[in-house]
Every structure is written in C-alpha cells, then in structure tokens.
Design a protein around this ligand. Structure first.
Ligand code: ZN
Ligand code: ZN
Length: 50
C-alpha cells in the first residue's frame, strides 16, 4: 500500500499526501515522499541519511 514518509529523519509516516508536522524535524512543512515498501523499512527515507 502506498504511504508517505518524511525524509528528514523524524520517521513520520502518513497514509495520505501531506507535509511533515514534526516541529523538531528539519523537513517540517516539507512534502512527504511517496513510499511503496511492504515491510516498513521505508528505503526512500534513508536515501538522504549520512
Ligand atoms: Zn519530518
Ligand atoms: Zn515505506
């Protein structure tokens, strides 16, 4: 199932298109990234993590 994740490191996940709402996240108010993983690994969320 498609879901939407934050790539800012807050591990935010939504089942709808939206923006990050974690006030401590560097990507707050930034659009969430579409993810289609089936095991909650959210590989796309880790692309920008060093
Ligand atoms: Zn976030
Ligand atoms: Zn995912």
């Amino acid at each position: 199932m498609t879901h939407y994740i934050c790539t800012g490191g807050c591990e935010g996940v939504s089942d709808k298109v939206g923006v990050c709402q974690d006030e401590h996240c560097p990507k707050r108010s930034m659009p969430l990234t579409e993810c289609n993983c089936t095991d909650n690994s959210h590989p796309d969320a880790q692309k920008q993590t060093e």
